[in-house]
Design a protein around this ligand. Structure first.
Ligand SMILES: Nc1ncnc2c1ncn2[C@@H]1O[C@H](COP(=O)(O)OP(=O)(O)OP(=O)(O)O)[C@@H](O)[C@H]1O
Ligand SMILES: [Mg+2]
Length: 420
């Protein structure tokens, strides 16, 4: 992917724009161009196209550009395939493997902002301009680094995001910061005239009662407060089921959280079906416990699941490598064939959002006998004392079982998002 493709005459939008999109299309570009507001409001579609046609296509020959997403997978889903569809394969080719592309004859680098190596790579790069999808979800260090790399005259970035916590870096250091060469464009759901009424009503229902309603529907940068899973708190019957047909479960992941002395150690078994994940079993090991007790209970728990379901992997709290090694050893001695991996432990907010999204789409279930898990989901509340979204973890709520369930879910998060 070295030789620039011949520049094909850039197309004008082959589709009509909403009045809001048209206003954005005509607005002069600044160094930082931010489109923020409700989900599905039409930000990405118009900004990707404007960036490609008005910023990249007419640039001098030797300029290098950058497209970033929260992850490479999200980048591909939200930007690369959408852009390619709009401008055509003749004008945009890309490879996720080499993380490069050619857009209107110009070299484009592709990155996922949560990749540690991406920051180092960007540190060495000089870019003419960047397109940043979901920029409020990037580590602040990545954004500062990027702005530093866009120091040339005429360099800049276009970014889109949904509102987040009011202390989010994008809000405090870009939107609210005076003196920056910036244009902030606010998009609301109603601005997207191409969405059907039913569609809008449905997504409103899906987020009802959650902090995500205020942020993603009303477009407000607001603090999360109150219960985290309002649907389970108010109407548990929407997720609790008496039984599940074992044949409908493709496989089961085990999640393990080590709570230390202050709380307990938790195991969770999560089954995956065509209708989304189901928490099928739980165990909370509390009281006086030794590594031997923990190991024995773990082996018992895993064997119980294996007697009914296909279980290949366990995702274990990576903070306690000695305990994890103990589980591995015990499983080996008990002749349990299981891949015991470190849990990914991505941001808790990402896991919370995923589960609320699944609940909203009726794609998340818990078997009735998992009483501790149900209770924990009902009692979980946001911690208002901190300047970011954080789940209250002061010992009053059983966070262990939630962590364990989330560790089991996390590895398939992208797939679950794609399914909805
Ligand atoms: N001008 C348009 N013509 C037809 N459909 C459009 C237009 N603009 C947006 N849409 C459609 O509306 C939906 C939402 O648009 P888009 O992805 O741009 O929204 P967004 O604000 O980036 O959403 P999110 O915040 O969820 O990323 C998409 O299905 C898109 O194809
Ligand atoms: Mg978007």
């Amino acid at each position: 992917m070295t030789a620039p493709a011949p520049v094909v005459e850039p197309a004008k939008p082959a589709f009509s724009l909403s009045p809001k999109q048209l206003a954005y299309w005509k607005a002069p570009d600044r160094r930082i161009n931010l489109l923020e507001g409700s989900i599905r409001s039409g930000k990405s579609k118009v900004s990707l196209l404007k960036w490609a046609i008005k910023t990249v296509a007419p640039a001098p020959r030797d300029c290098v550009f950058l497209i970033t997403g929260k992850t490479m997978t999200a980048n591909r889903r939200n930007c690369l395939t959408v852009l390619q569809k709009m401008v055509g394969k003749a004008n945009f080719k890309f490879s996720v493997t080499t993380k490069t592309g050619i857009l209107f004859g110009h070299e484009v680098e592709l990155e996922g902002a949560n990749d540690i190596q991406a920051e180092t790579k960007i540190q060495g790069g000089t870019y003419k301009n960047a397109y940043c999808d979901e920029i409020a979800l990037y580590p602040p260090s990545f954004i500062t680094m990027l702005l530093g790399r866009l120091s040339e005259v005429g360099a800049g970035l276009t970014g889109t995001c949904n509102p987040d916590h009011p202390k989010n870096y994008v809000k405090t250091d870009i939107i609210d910061k005076p003196g920056l060469d910036k244009a902030v464009h606010r998009f609301l759901l109603e601005d997207n005239i191409f969405l059907g009424r039913d569609y809008i009503e449905n997504i409103k229902k899906e987020y009802a009662g959650t902090v995500y309603y205020k942020r993603f529907i009303d477009g407000l940068w607001c603090q999360a407060e109150g219960v985290i899973y309002p649907v389970i708190a108010a109407t548990p019957e929407r997720v609790v089921v008496d039984k599940i047909d074992p044949a409908s479960i493709k496989y089961v992941n085990i999640g393990v959280d080590f709570g230390g002395n202050k709380s307990g150690d938790a195991f969770s078994a999560v089954g995956f079906t065509k209708q989304g994940p189901v928490i099928i079993d739980e165990e909370h090991v509390t009281g006086i416990k030794t590594p031997e007790v923990l190991n024995a209970r773990f082996c018992e728990f895993v064997k119980k699941q294996m007697a009914v379901y296909k279980v290949y992997e366990a995702y274990v709290d990576s903070a306690e490598q000695t305990l994890k090694a103990g589980l591995e050893d015990a499983a080996f001695k008990a002749k349990i064939v299981l891949n015991i991996r470190n849990a990914k432990k991505g941001p808790i907010t990402g896991r919370i959002h995923l589960i609320n999204l699944l609940i909203g789409r009726n794609r998340f279930r818990i078997l009735r006998h998992c009483v501790k898990t149900i209770e924990a989901f009902q009692q979980a509340v946001w911690d208002k004392r901190i300047d970011k979204d954080e789940r209250l973890d002061d010992g009053t709520v059983n966070i262990d079982v939630l962590d364990a369930a989330e560790y089991a879910l996390e590895p398939v998060a992208e797939q679950l998002i794609a399914e909805v």
